[in-house]
Design a binder for this molecule. Structure first.
Ligand SMILES: Cc1ncc(COP(=O)(O)O)c(C=O)c1O
Length: 335
């Protein structure tokens, strides 16, 4: 792990800075466990991972959403939110971000913005919680260094996982943090350690195959993304807008008015199509009403094409969108 973090994320650490967890979901629970009490405030990207958002609402935390654009978290909006909270006497417990292949938008926070984010977090004395589980799956293989690696004064907790690069069923994730924080998290890790057998399997597999496995996996994913984007353009035409993600396994799609993806979800499911309705992946329900997350990792190219065609049919029946199926014209995306 020390070698991988150094090579891929630019992180210099020792084994004492790493806690292996049962998936990065347990990492989320442990970090929340040491930081959060009911009523606390955290800053989070306006569209974010459902598992993180659900945890925050279950814990009674106040999640303040920060908008994203094509370069990731908007620093101007973060700066304004931090200033506003300070005026009201609120110190957020952390800034949670998925900077490298953001879930669900697929953006990568630029290096310049990473510096600005670290500066702001330092100025306001707010820790950064960096969730990095998609960083291996970038189309061109080039990633900026992790925030943890770039910080000149600490203050970053980094979590990651082998769920996306190798297999989610292994349940092997990790936390990289100062030993003082790891020690507090260990006290909350009540499962007496994560399973050793899957770690041994992973260690053996990764030593021999990780370097060749990841580019092959990423090539396959990129091909499926192309199929998905083509199918959406063909079936939805201008009624579906999206920005091409920089990597990962999801596409974040904005459907035309009056689509409400919370209502589209059950109708699509009845037709055998599973979508993630936007409002479950965002702090701002109005922004997310017409948006959905589509996962393209597991289905075959044929299933993707057939699924998008079936989804367009359901959507047209429910909302009159798209007006015309198989509209080949496509407007430039502003999603
Ligand atoms: C951003 C993010 N963090 C954490 C997780 C949790 O994954 P796992 O517990 O399988 O490592 C996911 C899974 O989708 C995710 O997207």
């Amino acid at each position: 792990m020390v070698e991988k973090l150094g090579r891929d994320a630019g992180i210099a650490c020792t084994a004492d800075n790493i806690l292996i967890t049962s998936g990065s979901l347990q990492a989320l629970d442990l970090v929340n466990g040491i930081f959060l009490n009911r009523g606390d405030t955290v800053l989070i990207e306006q569209a974010s991972y459902q598992g993180s958002l659900n945890r925050l609402s279950r814990l009674g935390a106040n999640a303040v959403g920060i908008p994203l654009d094509r370069d990731g978290l908007r620093i101007d909006a973060l700066s304004a939110a931090l200033a506003d909270l300070k005026r009201r006497g609120v110190r957020p417990k952390y800034i949670y971000t998925i900077p490298t292949v953001q879930n669900p938008t697929g953006t990568i926070l630029t290096e310049e913005r990473r510096h600005a984010l670290l500066r702001l977090a330092y100025d306001y004395a707010v820790p950064i919680f960096e969730d990095d589980c998609y960083a291996d799956l970038i189309w061109d293989g080039k990633r900026p260094p992790a925030l943890y690696a770039m910080s000149p004064h600490g203050g970053v907790i980094h979590i990651g996982s082998f769920s996306k690069s190798v297999a989610p069923a292994l349940r092997v994730g990790y936390i990289v943090a100062d030993w003082a924080l790891i020690a507090r998290m260990l006290a909350l890790k009540t499962d007496a350690g994560s399973g050793a057998l899957e770690q041994m399997v992973l260690a053996e597999f990764c030593t021999a195959h990780f370097a060749s496995h990841v580019p092959a996996l990423t090539r396959g994913l990129r091909g499926k993304l192309d199929t998905l984007m083509e199918a959406l353009a063909e079936q939805f035409g201008t009624a579906a807008e999206f920005d091409e993600p920089k990597g990962g396994i999801f596409l974040w799609v904005k459907l035309a008015e009056p689509v409400d993806t919370l209502k589209l979800y059950p109708a699509a499911l009845a037709a055998g199509i599973a979508i993630n309705p936007g409002p479950e992946w965002a702090t701002d329900k109005a922004y997310a009403k017409g948006r959905m997350r589509l996962c393209f990792a597991n289905p075959s190219h044929e299933a993707i094409r057939a699924g998008v065609a079936a989804l367009a049919e359901v959507c047209r029946k429910e909302f009159g969108v798209p007006e015309r199926i198989a509209n080949v014209e496509r407007r430039a995306s502003t999603a």
